[in-house]
Write a protein that binds this ligand. Sequence first.
Ligand code: 5GP
Ligand code: MN
Length: 342
Amino acid sequence: MKQLLSNTELFALLQTIQQSKHIVICAHRGPDGDAVGSSLGWADYLTSLGKQVNIVLPNPFPDFLRWLPNSHLIHFYVKHEAAATQIINQADLIFCLDFNSLSRLQEMQTAVARAKADKVIIDHHLDPDRTCAKQVISFPSASSTSELVFRLIHQLGGFDSMTRNGAACIYTGMMTDTGGFTYNSNNPEIYEIISLLLTKEIDKDKIYRNVFNVYSADRMRLTGYVLYEKLHFYARNRASIFTLTREEMKRFNFIRGDAEGLVNMPLQVKGMRLSISLREDTERDVVRVSLRSVDDFPCNKMAEEFFNGGGHLNASGGELPFPLEEAVKTAERAIEAYSEKL
Ligand code: 5GP
Ligand code: MN
């Protein structure tokens, strides 16, 4: 397996870890499988070194990740702001996982920015903000932050003491960020990593079911409703848009995570290259945008240009601070503007 860091970088990281006692790990708002999986996997490693580790996330993760070992120990800033701020203030080292700029922490941004602790970014998004961290471990070519965490642990010599729980969390992050190894997953070394994780006796088939086959009946109906009534194809441009209002989410007893994966489905139509989902946020007055594409269509460029966001080539997101009807118009303009590439 290729070494991720140069000797100098590895030594710097090791020294930073050795000099710290109380470590906080944080990840982006709206934590997904990779954010939570990489955090728990990294915590498993740091704990094996005898460090006191706390994971603090801006807001809760979806229910389908609740089975992840030790996820019940995670703190949520929006739920216990004072306690979370205290943990962040007391840290002497903060790892920022799966995001490239403190703004992705939203309401938790100030607390982390103000903390006296050194920060180290471990991430696979483009253009990390290098001003806010002592060390930036950024590999946009990696499939997931969980993959990076595995490679770091391996290079730091921590693989032998990796627990089955830690391995399961890392596998989950790698699996979710690649849609079950169906996109962004052609690097042969991914499968080397998986075979090493399997030596820890994780049950990858069960992990798949735990994450992907846990729909509620309401969620299944919501899928049917969206595909039948809400999905608009822009066939000339090989793109589609669907919207989801708060009222509709309420009708289908929507819970956090119910929209996950929905945006991938229109790409199952032959020839489709781009899928856009526009969803009213349940907490704030914004429209959450998700973009998915295949082949070389650059979702991240479109997200930056039209949706105040960014992300990866084939999976990006952002948000629009205005009503859904206007968001649809913006999305249609984006499709038109990119028709050449579609
Ligand atoms: P999702 O559609 O699952 O919410 O997000 C897909 C990917 O897009 C995420 O992994 C992340 O890289 C990126 N992304 C989502 N929302 C935002 C956002 O608001 N800003 C930026 N810069 N990237 C985002
Ligand atoms: Mn990720």
